[in-house]
Write a protein that binds this ligand. Structure first.
Ligand code: LIP
Length: 257
Protein backbone atom coordinates (compact mmCIF):
# COMPACT_ATOMS: atom_id res chain seq x y z
CA UNK A 1 0.00 0.00 0.00
CA UNK A 2 1.20 3.51 -0.81
CA UNK A 3 2.55 5.06 2.43
CA UNK A 4 0.49 8.23 1.94
CA UNK A 5 -2.68 6.17 1.55
CA UNK A 6 -1.77 4.35 4.73
CA UNK A 7 -1.47 7.66 6.62
CA UNK A 8 -4.74 8.94 5.13
CA UNK A 9 -6.53 5.76 6.27
CA UNK A 10 -5.18 6.16 9.81
CA UNK A 11 -6.26 9.83 9.85
CA UNK A 12 -9.74 8.95 8.52
CA UNK A 13 -10.21 6.18 11.09
CA UNK A 14 -9.11 8.42 14.02
CA UNK A 15 -11.43 11.25 12.93
CA UNK A 16 -14.21 8.78 12.06
CA UNK A 17 -14.11 7.13 15.49
CA UNK A 18 -14.26 10.57 17.15
CA UNK A 19 -17.23 11.60 14.95
CA UNK A 20 -19.10 8.32 15.60
CA UNK A 21 -18.57 8.61 19.38
CA UNK A 22 -19.93 12.20 19.26
CA UNK A 23 -22.86 11.10 17.11
CA UNK A 24 -23.79 8.29 19.47
CA UNK A 25 -23.35 10.35 22.65
CA UNK A 26 -25.36 13.38 23.84
CA UNK A 27 -22.33 15.65 23.65
CA UNK A 28 -23.24 19.23 22.65
CA UNK A 29 -22.05 19.42 19.02
CA UNK A 30 -22.56 23.21 18.99
CA UNK A 31 -24.10 23.41 15.51
CA UNK A 32 -23.74 26.89 13.96
CA UNK A 33 -25.15 28.31 10.75
CA UNK A 34 -22.52 29.09 8.07
CA UNK A 35 -25.27 30.27 5.71
CA UNK A 36 -28.77 29.32 4.54
CA UNK A 37 -29.31 25.61 5.47
CA UNK A 38 -25.54 25.36 5.83
CA UNK A 39 -24.22 24.13 9.18
CA UNK A 40 -20.87 23.52 10.90
CA UNK A 41 -20.35 21.89 14.30
CA UNK A 42 -17.42 21.82 16.70
CA UNK A 43 -17.11 18.13 15.72
CA UNK A 44 -16.49 19.10 12.04
CA UNK A 45 -13.71 21.47 13.16
CA UNK A 46 -12.10 19.11 15.68
CA UNK A 47 -12.25 16.16 13.26
CA UNK A 48 -10.54 18.25 10.57
CA UNK A 49 -7.74 19.10 13.01
CA UNK A 50 -7.33 15.42 13.90
CA UNK A 51 -6.88 14.63 10.18
CA UNK A 52 -4.45 17.48 9.42
CA UNK A 53 -2.35 16.84 12.56
CA UNK A 54 -2.14 13.10 11.79
CA UNK A 55 -0.95 13.71 8.22
CA UNK A 56 1.43 16.51 9.28
CA UNK A 57 3.16 14.15 11.74
CA UNK A 58 4.47 12.24 8.69
CA UNK A 59 4.41 15.03 6.04
CA UNK A 60 4.91 18.42 7.78
CA UNK A 61 5.80 20.06 4.46
CA UNK A 62 2.56 19.19 2.62
CA UNK A 63 -0.28 21.67 1.94
CA UNK A 64 -3.94 21.30 2.93
CA UNK A 65 -7.36 22.58 1.85
CA UNK A 66 -10.04 21.84 4.45
CA UNK A 67 -13.78 22.67 4.29
CA UNK A 68 -13.59 24.23 7.78
CA UNK A 69 -10.01 25.51 8.16
CA UNK A 70 -9.42 26.64 4.56
CA UNK A 71 -5.89 26.65 3.12
CA UNK A 72 -2.77 25.54 5.05
CA UNK A 73 0.25 26.58 2.98
CA UNK A 74 2.95 24.07 2.08
CA UNK A 75 4.45 22.19 -0.86
CA UNK A 76 2.21 22.66 -3.93
CA UNK A 77 3.30 19.21 -5.16
CA UNK A 78 1.38 17.48 -2.36
CA UNK A 79 -2.05 18.95 -1.60
CA UNK A 80 -4.57 17.22 0.69
CA UNK A 81 -8.27 18.16 0.15
CA UNK A 82 -10.37 17.32 3.23
CA UNK A 83 -14.03 17.21 4.21
CA UNK A 84 -14.13 16.02 7.84
CA UNK A 85 -17.89 15.31 7.76
CA UNK A 86 -19.49 15.10 4.32
CA UNK A 87 -23.19 15.05 5.10
CA UNK A 88 -23.08 17.54 7.99
CA UNK A 89 -26.81 18.20 7.86
CA UNK A 90 -27.44 14.46 8.27
CA UNK A 91 -24.99 14.44 11.21
CA UNK A 92 -26.71 17.43 12.87
CA UNK A 93 -30.19 15.96 12.33
CA UNK A 94 -29.24 12.46 13.58
CA UNK A 95 -29.39 10.74 10.18
CA UNK A 96 -26.61 8.07 10.27
CA UNK A 97 -25.37 8.73 6.72
CA UNK A 98 -22.14 10.79 6.56
CA UNK A 99 -18.43 10.20 6.03
CA UNK A 100 -14.86 11.47 6.23
CA UNK A 101 -13.45 12.36 2.79
CA UNK A 102 -9.68 12.78 2.15
CA UNK A 103 -8.03 13.21 -1.27
CA UNK A 104 -4.37 13.75 -2.13
CA UNK A 105 -3.38 15.66 -5.28
CA UNK A 106 0.21 15.08 -6.47
CA UNK A 107 1.39 17.79 -8.85
CA UNK A 108 -2.27 18.77 -9.44
CA UNK A 109 -3.47 15.23 -10.25
CA UNK A 110 -5.62 13.02 -7.99
CA UNK A 111 -3.32 10.38 -6.49
CA UNK A 112 -4.79 8.86 -3.32
CA UNK A 113 -8.36 8.80 -1.91
CA UNK A 114 -10.18 7.69 1.24
CA UNK A 115 -13.91 7.87 2.03
CA UNK A 116 -14.73 6.42 5.48
CA UNK A 117 -18.28 5.82 6.76
CA UNK A 118 -17.70 5.50 10.53
CA UNK A 119 -21.23 4.28 11.28
CA UNK A 120 -21.14 1.33 8.86
CA UNK A 121 -17.31 0.94 9.20
CA UNK A 122 -17.03 1.04 5.42
CA UNK A 123 -13.61 2.17 4.21
CA UNK A 124 -13.43 3.09 0.51
CA UNK A 125 -9.89 3.60 -0.84
CA UNK A 126 -8.20 4.19 -4.18
CA UNK A 127 -4.64 4.73 -5.43
CA UNK A 128 -4.01 6.14 -8.91
CA UNK A 129 -3.49 3.25 -11.35
CA UNK A 130 -3.99 0.66 -8.59
CA UNK A 131 -7.80 0.33 -8.51
CA UNK A 132 -10.45 1.00 -5.84
CA UNK A 133 -11.55 -1.06 -2.84
CA UNK A 134 -14.08 -1.16 -0.01
CA UNK A 135 -12.89 -3.04 3.10
CA UNK A 136 -10.40 -4.83 0.81
CA UNK A 137 -13.02 -5.85 -1.80
CA UNK A 138 -12.16 -4.63 -5.32
CA UNK A 139 -14.77 -2.21 -6.72
CA UNK A 140 -16.21 -2.01 -10.26
CA UNK A 141 -18.90 0.39 -11.50
CA UNK A 142 -22.10 -1.15 -12.86
CA UNK A 143 -22.16 -1.94 -16.59
CA UNK A 144 -25.71 -0.63 -17.20
CA UNK A 145 -25.92 0.40 -20.88
CA UNK A 146 -28.77 2.94 -20.66
CA UNK A 147 -30.71 4.99 -18.06
CA UNK A 148 -33.83 2.83 -18.16
CA UNK A 149 -34.27 1.04 -14.82
CA UNK A 150 -31.17 2.58 -13.26
CA UNK A 151 -30.81 3.81 -9.66
CA UNK A 152 -29.13 7.22 -9.55
CA UNK A 153 -27.93 9.61 -6.81
CA UNK A 154 -28.33 13.39 -6.75
CA UNK A 155 -29.03 16.33 -4.47
CA UNK A 156 -30.77 19.72 -4.45
CA UNK A 157 -28.92 23.05 -4.03
CA UNK A 158 -30.43 23.58 -0.56
CA UNK A 159 -27.74 26.14 0.28
CA UNK A 160 -28.67 28.18 -2.81
CA UNK A 161 -32.44 27.95 -3.14
CA UNK A 162 -32.34 30.48 -6.00
CA UNK A 163 -31.03 27.61 -8.18
CA UNK A 164 -33.98 25.36 -7.32
CA UNK A 165 -36.08 25.83 -10.45
CA UNK A 166 -33.21 24.75 -12.72
CA UNK A 167 -32.38 21.80 -10.42
CA UNK A 168 -36.01 20.63 -10.27
CA UNK A 169 -36.27 20.85 -14.07
CA UNK A 170 -33.11 18.75 -14.51
CA UNK A 171 -34.34 16.32 -11.88
CA UNK A 172 -37.64 15.87 -13.74
CA UNK A 173 -35.94 15.24 -17.07
CA UNK A 174 -33.59 12.62 -15.62
CA UNK A 175 -36.40 11.00 -13.60
CA UNK A 176 -38.40 10.44 -16.78
CA UNK A 177 -35.52 8.36 -18.19
CA UNK A 178 -34.21 6.40 -15.18
CA UNK A 179 -35.59 3.87 -12.67
CA UNK A 180 -35.37 5.94 -9.48
CA UNK A 181 -33.28 8.60 -7.72
CA UNK A 182 -31.85 8.79 -4.18
CA UNK A 183 -30.91 12.08 -2.44
CA UNK A 184 -28.68 10.86 0.40
CA UNK A 185 -27.17 14.18 1.51
CA UNK A 186 -23.55 13.04 1.06
CA UNK A 187 -21.92 13.53 -2.35
CA UNK A 188 -18.79 11.63 -1.25
CA UNK A 189 -20.83 8.54 -0.26
CA UNK A 190 -22.94 8.83 -3.44
CA UNK A 191 -19.76 8.66 -5.55
CA UNK A 192 -18.34 5.83 -3.41
CA UNK A 193 -21.63 3.96 -4.04
CA UNK A 194 -21.25 4.52 -7.81
CA UNK A 195 -17.73 3.02 -7.56
CA UNK A 196 -19.18 0.09 -5.57
CA UNK A 197 -22.01 -0.51 -8.06
CA UNK A 198 -24.69 0.37 -5.47
CA UNK A 199 -25.74 3.31 -7.68
CA UNK A 200 -25.58 3.32 -11.48
CA UNK A 201 -24.78 7.03 -11.62
CA UNK A 202 -24.76 10.37 -9.85
CA UNK A 203 -25.07 14.05 -10.71
CA UNK A 204 -25.19 17.24 -8.66
CA UNK A 205 -24.59 20.99 -8.93
CA UNK A 206 -23.42 23.23 -6.08
CA UNK A 207 -20.93 20.74 -4.61
CA UNK A 208 -17.40 21.77 -3.51
CA UNK A 209 -14.05 20.14 -4.39
CA UNK A 210 -13.82 18.63 -0.87
CA UNK A 211 -17.24 16.97 -1.38
CA UNK A 212 -16.22 15.12 -4.57
CA UNK A 213 -12.40 14.90 -4.98
CA UNK A 214 -11.90 11.56 -3.20
CA UNK A 215 -15.11 10.18 -4.74
CA UNK A 216 -13.79 11.05 -8.20
CA UNK A 217 -10.70 8.86 -7.84
CA UNK A 218 -12.82 6.00 -6.43
CA UNK A 219 -15.13 6.13 -9.49
CA UNK A 220 -12.25 6.37 -11.98
CA UNK A 221 -10.25 3.53 -10.38
CA UNK A 222 -13.45 1.40 -10.44
CA UNK A 223 -13.67 1.83 -14.23
CA UNK A 224 -16.00 4.85 -14.30
CA UNK A 225 -15.90 8.43 -15.51
CA UNK A 226 -16.46 11.83 -13.84
CA UNK A 227 -17.24 14.97 -15.87
CA UNK A 228 -19.01 18.32 -15.65
CA UNK A 229 -22.55 18.76 -17.06
CA UNK A 230 -21.10 19.45 -20.54
CA UNK A 231 -19.05 16.25 -20.54
CA UNK A 232 -15.84 18.22 -19.95
CA UNK A 233 -13.36 18.06 -17.05
CA UNK A 234 -13.98 21.40 -15.30
CA UNK A 235 -16.22 19.77 -12.70
CA UNK A 236 -14.21 20.99 -9.69
CA UNK A 237 -14.15 24.58 -10.98
CA UNK A 238 -17.81 24.53 -12.12
CA UNK A 239 -18.89 22.85 -8.84
CA UNK A 240 -20.97 20.30 -10.73
CA UNK A 241 -20.37 16.60 -11.36
CA UNK A 242 -21.68 13.63 -13.31
CA UNK A 243 -20.39 10.14 -12.45
CA UNK A 244 -21.00 6.60 -13.71
CA UNK A 245 -19.77 4.20 -16.41
CA UNK A 246 -19.00 6.01 -19.72
CA UNK A 247 -22.40 5.09 -21.25
CA UNK A 248 -24.40 6.37 -18.25
CA UNK A 249 -22.33 9.58 -18.07
CA UNK A 250 -22.93 10.15 -21.79
CA UNK A 251 -26.71 9.65 -21.33
CA UNK A 252 -26.83 12.01 -18.33
CA UNK A 253 -24.74 14.68 -20.09
CA UNK A 254 -27.18 14.55 -23.04
CA UNK A 255 -29.95 15.61 -20.59
CA UNK A 256 -27.96 17.96 -18.31
CA UNK A 257 -25.95 20.05 -20.79
C1 LIP B 1 -22.97 18.23 1.24
C2 LIP B 1 -22.88 17.31 0.05
C3 LIP B 1 -24.27 17.02 -0.50
C4 LIP B 1 -24.87 18.26 -0.98
C5 LIP B 1 -24.87 19.29 0.10
C6 LIP B 1 -23.53 19.50 0.76
P1 LIP B 1 -21.44 18.93 3.30
O1 LIP B 1 -21.69 18.47 1.75
O2 LIP B 1 -22.30 16.13 0.42
O3 LIP B 1 -24.22 16.13 -1.58
O4 LIP B 1 -26.19 17.99 -1.42
O5 LIP B 1 -25.29 20.50 -0.48
O6 LIP B 1 -22.67 20.11 -0.15
O7 LIP B 1 -21.87 20.37 3.41
O8 LIP B 1 -22.20 18.05 4.19
O9 LIP B 1 -19.96 18.79 3.47
Amino acid sequence: MHPMLNIAIRAARSAGDFIARSFESDVDIKAEKKGDNDYVTKIDREAEQIIINKIKQSYPEHSFVGEESGITEGSEDFKWVIDPIDGTTNFVMGVPHFCVSIALFYKGKLDQAVVFDPIRSELFTASKGKGAQMNNYRLRVNQSKELTGTLLGSGFPYKKKENSVEAIERFGKVYEKCGDIRCSGSAALDMAYVAAGRLDGYWEKGIKPWDIAAGELLVKEAGGLVTDFAGGHDHLKKEEAVAGNPKIVQSLVKILK
